[in-house]
Design a protein around this ligand. Structure first.
Ligand SMILES: Cc1cc2nc3c(=O)[nH]c(=O)nc-3n(C[C@H](O)[C@H](O)[C@H](O)COP(=O)(O)OP(=O)(O)OC[C@H]3O[C@@H](n4cnc5c(N)ncnc54)[C@H](O)[C@@H]3O)c2cc1C
Length: 531
């Protein structure tokens, strides 16, 4: 039996920051249980290694959704990190804070403590601490520069920093890469904190359920390498298992929609119909072009190119291996009446038409020069949900994405792909494009474009809101202090508590949330209050 003041389940983006900040003053003992293993793996540390880790089941939960009518009946692939650092160890490293309108939604749902002003303070604290954000503006591929010029020719203003005064416009992304290595939440926060005697991290520890004493959560049952174990929390358990596994663990522990729990043979501890519901995600698609000029394909595809890229990385820590492929992009409003962007843009100076068994072929792109112009939705109306298939903690949960299930969601991406074509038609890009390969110029009518969107879109890996935060059990799972309504000793801190998703990539907001969670918990225990 392990014992600590606080037990954190999951060492992902939120969990790593929380573990660091809760253990920093040395007053509390903290135990982290992580289902995955060490992040000290070559393709995790090398930034472009995310192509290799994309399907690697040793470090990835590798979920599949149910067949989705919105995706023409296809199942969508959902990678999630199962490793120290969680999804921040396998993600594409784009760093985005979100915008004022996103957090107006949070403030409306959960009060002043989650206002734009408060979260900006937290971002500034993180970014002036261990979270080093890289600005790769000096290292842009010429095709990326051409894209930025074309977008401006299409009327979109240049934005030097999406995390600055305004999010809107086109520009280059900043990244969570430091030196030559990925700066995951584990590298930035957890690993330095692991030197403290009051923080213990147990890996390969799969939490299987919560222990209760009446309405108080007192500990966690877990298995380590198949062996059943228990950990007791003197103060609290905090779930940071991510937006798929946190609702799964709640339901396995009897917290969730009563009818559903009974249908899979689980005793109901607390009926809450919002657990696993309100799933909000971002969906994206790429338009792919053959280029008349060299792209990263020319550097990464031939064996001698790989050799040069490898040498450049080893000798100087630079080049494609040291970067995210999402160099350029932006945030636009397809409807000027909106207060904030509804479409995110991406530009990658690489094309990968042919899949490669077991990996995303980022390191073996097409044999001809090519590039991709992509987009994703920002604030969708479609809502999916997560349910259990049975009472076995090893069984992957049922993920129902409900992609593009409202007229508005499909109309937004339709306007977005028309904008991509408008950008591609501007002189700066037109002159370097040989042809549009996907979907191809024959796909023209709205009906054909929508059919293509439904066939080729997929998640861009930002699911959130499945145990959302709000003021009462009538609308949410946790209160503004992240405590599960109706229980003592249990909080949640990860993407599942977002009241609404944010505009852009979700790693930054998850780390910010981990920092806020630590502040709240430390405040509560400094006042000797128990939850
Ligand atoms: C392929 C990919 C690309 C992405 N690209 C970007 C990007 O470029 N920029 C960006 O900002 N965001 C990106 N994201 C999204 C971002 O990384 C996630 O939103 C964020 O990391 C989620 O943080 P989290 O703390 O909610 O969960 P996670 O980081 O997923 O952490 C959850 C942790 O809990 C552990 N866990 C789960 N269940 C259990 C259990 N039962 N017992 C013990 N441990 C458990 C998991 O193994 C994991 O380590 C990407 C995500 C993916 C998958």
């Amino acid at each position: 039996m392990l014992e600590a003041d606080f037990i954190i389940v999951g060492a992902g983006s939120s969990g790593c920051v929380l573990a660091d900040k809760l253990s920093a003053n040395g007053k509390h003992s903290v135990l982290v249980l992580e289902a995955g293993g060490t992040d000290l793996r070559f393709w995790v540390q090398v930034p472009l290694g995310y192509g290799k880790t994309f399907y690697d089941k040793a470090i990835n939960w590798a979920y599949l959704t149910e067949p989705d009518p919105g995706l023409n009946g296809q199942q969508d692939y959902w990678p999630r990190g199962k490793i120290l650092g969680g999804s921040s160890s396998i993600n594409a490293m784009v760093y985005i804070r979100g915008n004022e309108q996103d957090f107006k939604g949070w403030e409306k749902a959960a009060g002043k403590g989650w206002s734009w002003r408060e979260v900006r303070r937290l971002y500034e604290e993180l970014e002036s601490g261990p979270l080093k954000i890289t600005n790769p503006s000096h290292d842009l591929h010429p095709l990326c520069t051409a894209y930025l010029e074309a977008a401006q020719q299409a009327g979109i203003p240049f934005n030097e920093d999406f995390n600055g005064q305004t999010q809107e416009g086109v520009g280059h992304y900043r990244t969570t890469i430091h030196g030559r290595r990925r700066l995951s939440a584990a590298r930035a926060f957890l690993r330095p904190a692991m030197k403290r005697p009051n923080l213990r991290v147990v890996t390969n520890a799969l939490a299987t359920g919560l222990e209760f004493n009446g309405k108080r959560v007192t500990g966690v049952n877990f298995t380590q390498n198949g062996k059943p174990m228990q950990a007791r929390a003197r103060h609290e358990v905090i779930l940071s298992a991510g937006s798929v596994n946190t609702p799964q663990l709640l339901m396995l522990s009897g917290i969730g929609p009563a009818k559903h729990l009974k249908s899979v043979g689980i005793d109901v501890k607390l009926d809450n119909k919002h657990v696993g519901q309100n799933l909000e995600d971002h969906l994206g698609v790429n338009y792919i072009y053959r280029a008349k000029v060299p792209s990263l394909n020319n550097e990464l595809r031939p064996w001698w190119g790989k050799l040069l890229v490898g040498l450049r990385y080893v000798l100087f820590g630079k080049g494609p291996l040291a970067s995210s492929l999402n160099q350029g992009g932006g945030f636009v409003r397809t409807d000027k009446k909106r207060k904030s962007p509804n479409i995110q843009l991406y530009m990658q100076a690489i094309s990968t038409l042919k899949p490669k068994a077991g990996e995303r072929p980022l390191l073996t792109p097409d044999e001809f020069p090519g590039f991709a112009l992509g987009l994703s939705s920002c604030r969708t109306e479609s809502r999916g949900f997560i349910e259990l298939r049975d009472a076995n903690p090893q069984t992957p949960p049922r993920i129902v994405g409900n992609a593009y299930s409202t007229k508005n969601d499909i109309a937004e991406v339709l306007a977005g792909v028309k904008l991509i074509r408008k950008i591609a038609a501007q002189p700066a890009l037109k002159n370097v494009i040989a042809e549009e390969l996907r979907p191809g110029p024959q796909v023209k009518s709205d009906a054909a474009l929508i059919d293509d969107l439904r066939t080729r879109s997929g998640t861009v890996y930002h699911p959130a809101c499945t145990a959302r935060m709000g003021k009462s059990k009538a609308d949410s799972v946790v209160n503004p202090r992240l405590q599960v309504h109706g229980l003592k000793g249990l909080r949640i801190a990860d993407a599942s508590v977002f009241p609404n998703n944010i505009t852009g990539n979700t790693n930054g907001p998850c780390m910010m949330l981990g920092a806020r969670a630590a502040e709240i918990i430390l405040e509560d225990y400094a006042e000797n209050k128990s939850s």
